[in-house]
Design a binder for this molecule. Structure first.
Ligand code: SAM
Length: 232
């Protein structure tokens, strides 16, 4: 089976316990990272009403709930994810949004049709993620904003950052494995972080695709990084 198919099947398997595992493993701090991302992206866009938002790798819909909290009236929300089971959870949890089963490498939306594209902890799972960045650029309107939240690879960790890495590499898979009863899925998480781009590499890729005003900020011993970029 190809790697991308295996990854999606893994998310299908852990979908029922995904939200619980997420909150426990992040100690709830992901809520702060998501909130800051939304507020900064809206500030950069300079408007908050009548916008179209596409959330890629939407999973169980958490990021859409955040957008709905911070955006104004008349906004349209679409969640896109290839995992049928993650989408099932999202549809029960999130009102006033539509959902499409699709991959980020081939987004079934028209060019220059959305104001905000977001992808939270999803890009790592996209095989050939550079194709997805091109798709984000294509579907964004001119002046539109891309928000990425991701666990990037840290090639030169300080002593403090190494202890945080110990948590993600050794402790997190055990707790996630216990909650989901799927150890393999949570062993995949640290491996996928190590195999993914560093913050610098991802910033360079975004610029290569054509994005401008590429900005990033790392949180919690550089475990999570927020990226914002604009299509000019
Ligand atoms: C760690 S979850 C993140 C879910 C959600 N964005 C969140 O913040 O909780 C990763 C998601 O990426 C999705 N995914 C995997 N491969 C993908 C692809 N090629 N394109 C888009 N999404 C993908 C999975 O199905 C899963 O829902």
């Amino acid at each position: 089976m190809d790697k991308q198919k295996q990854i999606v099947e893994m998310f299908d398997e852990i979908a029922p316990s995904y939200d619980l595992a997420n909150r426990v493993l992040s100690f709830g701090v992901d809520v702060k990272w998501r909130k800051e991302g939304c507020i900064k992206a809206i500030g950069r866009l300079g408007k908050e009403k009548n916008l179209k938002v596409a959330d890629l790798a939407c999973g169980t819909g958490d990021m859409i709930l955040h957008w709905q909290k911070y955006l104004g009236e008349g906004c349209e929300f679409v969640g896109i994810d290839p995992s049928a089971q993650m989408l099932e959870v999202a549809k029960k949890k999130v009102q006033n949004a539509s959902f499409i089963q699709a991959q980020a490498q081939e987004i079934p939306l028209e060019s220059e049709s959305v104001d905000i594209v977001s992808i939270a902890y999803g890009l790592r799972n996209v095989c050939g993620y550079q194709e997805a960045l091109k798709e984000f650029y294509r579907i964004l309107k001119k002046g539109g904003v891309l928000l990425i939240l991701e666990f990037t690879h840290n090639p030169t960790p300080t002593l403090f950052e190494r202890s945080a890495k110990f948590y993600t590499q050794k402790i997190l898979p055990l707790i996630g494995g216990l909650i989901s009863k799927n150890l393999k899925a949570y062993q995949y998480l640290p491996n996928s972080i190590e195999a993914f781009a560093s913050t610098r590499e991802l910033r360079e890729e975004l610029e290569r695709v054509g994005f401008v005003k590429v900005w990033s900020k790392s949180y919690s011993a550089k475990l999570s990084t927020l990226f914002l970029a604009t299509k000019e």
